[in-house]
Design a protein around this ligand. Structure first.
Ligand SMILES: *Cc1c(COP(=O)(O)O)cnc(C)c1O
Length: 393
């Protein structure tokens, strides 16, 4: 059984490139070139130089002592929160901007919901001097003002998507339309392991640095590079895919993906895709998504903007269906409590997204001595308002 993409762009029943004919040339250009460009020694050298000296990698693997005592296992935190711009998303945008340059692109577009991917994209565009246009739903622009200001300071143009629900899905549609109209000079940086082939594979390759480093760091710290469990939160699934990547073929390592249950999986306000979803096509690939009986996408909900997505990437859909990874969900309240717990026990304020992964430790049973790695996908500065309102600080 392969957990990786086949030559047709599929993971089992999922993946592919379900795109309008007018996008075909762009996606095909990418498909034909991405593996060769990424494999090139020159690319690898530049990518790893920037990851080291600009992003600050390797990110530490930290044995969280007080969390470990509480849960009776060795809890390691993979500190993606310490990356430049505060999350794992920069790993992917660095990779894609270098790829865009090698394809001769002069202009970058991206979609963003909460603005985290928009900021990571605007950052690398400033770094390389490329024009940057970010599509963002009108409602998200209002509720994510600090990230909009960041993108503008970085020199990006933020375009408001005013159709539909005026959120991420509509911003994605606008970005696709832009790409169709600008097929020659523009590259579209997708922010997670979603979209038509080759995006899910390409993004997972750029994020796989997370598990590559983790294996090396575990070997140094414990003399064994096989943890018992690996946990990560899943919105579209890119930090989880990066965290799982080099463990996929090692069946002894149990993989746990944590989705956002929102106000509860059956509350009608949730983003627990594997629990609520059915197979279908969303944003260019066949996967599992939340939809009505007649195929309309259901608006997802989560307190954490990064997990507020109605689907998961096709590789996750495959890992779920064949049972290679376990998919669980955590409510808003459970995640906020876990965020406070991590802060008070370790002095680390996690992003609410990452706090979902930490929260699941509470539901696991350990016998002592297990090595458990949790991907701390981002820092919680952006979430201080939400935390303080909830806890009344
Ligand atoms: C965007 C984001 C996520 C969710 O995206 P994935 O593609 O599922 O990783 C998780 N954590 C943080 C901190 C984010 O910014």
């Amino acid at each position: 059984m392969s957990y990786f993409v086949n030559e047709k762009g599929y993971y089992g029943d999922f993946g592919g490139a379900y795109i309008p004919e007018m996008l075909y040339p762009n996606v095909e250009e990418l498909r034909q070139n991405y593996l060769q460009i990424i494999g090139d020694a020159d690319f690898q050298q530049e990518f790893h130089y920037l990851l080291k000296n600009y992003v600050g990698r390797p990110s530490p693997l930290y044995l969280a002592k007080r969390l470990s005592e509480r849960y009776n296992a060795n809890i390691f935190l993979k500190r993606e929160d310490l990356n430049h711009t505060g999350a794992h998303k920069i790993n992917n945008t660095i990779g894609q901007i270098l790829l865009a340059e090698r394809l001769g692109k002069k202009r970058i577009i991206a979609e963003t919901g909460a603005g985290q991917h928009g900021v990571a994209t605007a950052t690398v565009c400033a770094l390389r001097g490329l024009e940057c246009v970010i599509y963002m739903g009108e409602i998200d622009i209002e509720r994510q003002a600090p990230n909009v200001a960041r993108m503008k300071m970085l020199g990006a143009t933020v375009v408001s998507a005013v159709s539909g629900s005026k959120t991420l899905k509509d911003a994605t549609n606008e970005a696709m339309r832009d790409w169709i109209n600008n097929p020659v000079d523009t590259h579209y940086i997708i922010g997670s392991v979603v979209g038509p082939h080759p995006y899910p594979d390409m993004v997972s390759i750029f994020q796989s640095v997370i598990s590559e480093e983790t294996k090396r760091q575990l070997m140094e710290q414990t003399g064994n590079d096989q943890p018992d469990y690996v946990l990560a939160c899943v919105g579209g699934g890119s930090n989880a895919m990066g965290m799982f990547y080099h463990f996929l073929d090692d069946e002894k390592v149990k993989l746990v993906a944590v989705e956002a249950a929102g106000k509860g999986v059956s509350s009608g306000h949730s983003a627990a895709t594997t629990f609520l979803g059915k197979e279908g096509v969303l944003h260019g690939s066949r996967s599992i998504l939340m939809q009505t009986a007649d195929g309309q996408v259901i608006e997802p909900y989560s307190v954490s903007a990064g997990l507020d997505y109605p689907g998961i990437g096709p590789q996750h859909a495959h890992l779920f269906k064949v049972g290679r990874a376990e998919y669980v969900s955590i409510t808003d309240e459970e995640s906020l409590e876990a965020g406070l717990l991590c802060t008070r026990l370790e002095g680390i304020i996690p992003a609410i997204e990452s706090a979902h992964a930490i929260a699941h430790l509470e539901k696991m049973k350990f016998t002592g001595g297990e090595n458990v790695v949790v991907c701390l996908s981002g820092r919680g500065d952006k979430d201080l308002d939400t935390y303080s309102k909830y806890f009344g600080f």
